[in-house]
Design a protein around this ligand. Structure first.
Ligand code: CO
Length: 131
């Protein structure tokens, strides 16, 4: 059902896109999407059915992904859920007292409308919402 939340993508922080891509390209035989840039990171997406994996490499150390790598090393950085109505989902988060990183939707990779929910609210996982 198109109007139910789905997993849009899983964002994985990596120090080196090419090194990370070899598994997806050479082992899984996937064709990477063209590289995009958002929030100080170079991003390559790979399609897994209706979901994607996003490999995120920092363009500089002083960026969200650069700081994540320095603090925690490579690994899962965030999960993005696709919701039917992003504004309604943010309003519901606010009403329920969840802390938001983005109070209003902003433009993310690919020009999608996105907003991040603080990991304190969601079992330590940084959540991105999109529609
Ligand atoms: Co993302």
């Amino acid at each position: 059902m198109a109007d139910r939340p789905r997993i849009a993508h899983v964002g994985i922080a990596v120090p080196d896109l090419d090194a990370a891509l070899s598994f997806y390209r050479d082992v899984l035989g996937l064709e990477p999407h063209p590289t995009e840039e958002a929030d100080g990171a170079a991003i390559v997406s790979l399609t897994f059915g209706e979901s994607e994996v996003e490999l995120l490499a920092p363009l500089a150390p002083d960026t969200p992904i650069g700081r994540f790598l320095a603090r925690r090393g490579p690994g899962i950085h965030h999960i993005c859920y696709r919701v039917p109505d992003l504004d309604a989902a943010l309003a519901a988060c606010r009403n329920a007292g969840y802390r938001l990183i983005d109070e209003v939707p902003r433009s993310g990779a690919g020009g999608r409308r996105i907003a991040f929910v603080h990991p304190k609210a969601t079992a330590g996982i940084l959540l991105e919402l999109t529609e």
